[in-house]
Design a protein around this ligand. Structure first.
Ligand SMILES: CC(C)(COP(=O)(O)OP(=O)(O)OC[C@H]1O[C@@H](n2cnc3c(N)ncnc32)[C@H](O)[C@@H]1OP(=O)(O)O)[C@@H](O)C(=O)NCCC(=O)NCCS
Length: 120
């Protein structure tokens, strides 16, 4: 689905990060998008190779999201979570603030989370 592809403009802007394993193989990515509204940063996407699920890559990528958002003067990361990732974001300390239909498949409800970036 084109809308779910990694956005080249975000790569060029240095907002896409890749997690590698100890051999240097790409195992996941995370992308951020500043919204221009106060300190609100959107988690554009986070994806881990299913073969590496539950190995900590997602947590590492989210830690990078926090670190980079802080550098961009972010105070809150907003997340639109698919139903399978809800436990992941809850475990990371994000707060569920609502639900919204997935624009490309409105029968799927996304959970909206807000993660408050802690002071360094
Ligand atoms: C969601 C996703 C990013 C998690 O990445 P991950 O590398 O597997 O996550 P971690 O190993 O860092 O997991 C950290 C904790 O989150 C929770 N968690 C992660 N995946 C979970 C799952 N499928 N079910 C329940 N809890 C889960 C667990 O508490 C886990 O800790 P534990 O393994 O010690 O119990 C990954 O599964 C993924 O890419 N999914 C497909 C794409 C996706 O849904 N992306 C989110 C878009 S909104």
């Amino acid at each position: 689905m084109p809308a779910l592809k990694v956005n080249l403009a975000l790569i060029a802007a240095g907002l896409v990060f890749v997690a590698e394993d100890e051999l240097g193989a790409a195992r996941g990515y995370m992308a951020l998008r500043p919204t221009g509204m106060g300190g609100l940063i959107l988690l554009e996407g986070i994806f881990v190779d299913p073969a590496c699920a539950r190995s900590g890559f997602g947590t590492r990528l989210f830690a990078t999201a926090i670190e980079h958002s802080r550098r961009m003067a972010g105070s809150v990361i907003m997340i639109f979570s698919n139903p399978h990732a809800v436990d992941f974001y809850s475990r990371l300390g994000a707060t569920k603030i609502g639900m919204t239909p997935f624009v490309f498949s409105p029968d799927v409800q996304l959970s909206v989370f807000a993660f408050t970036i802690p002071a360094p």
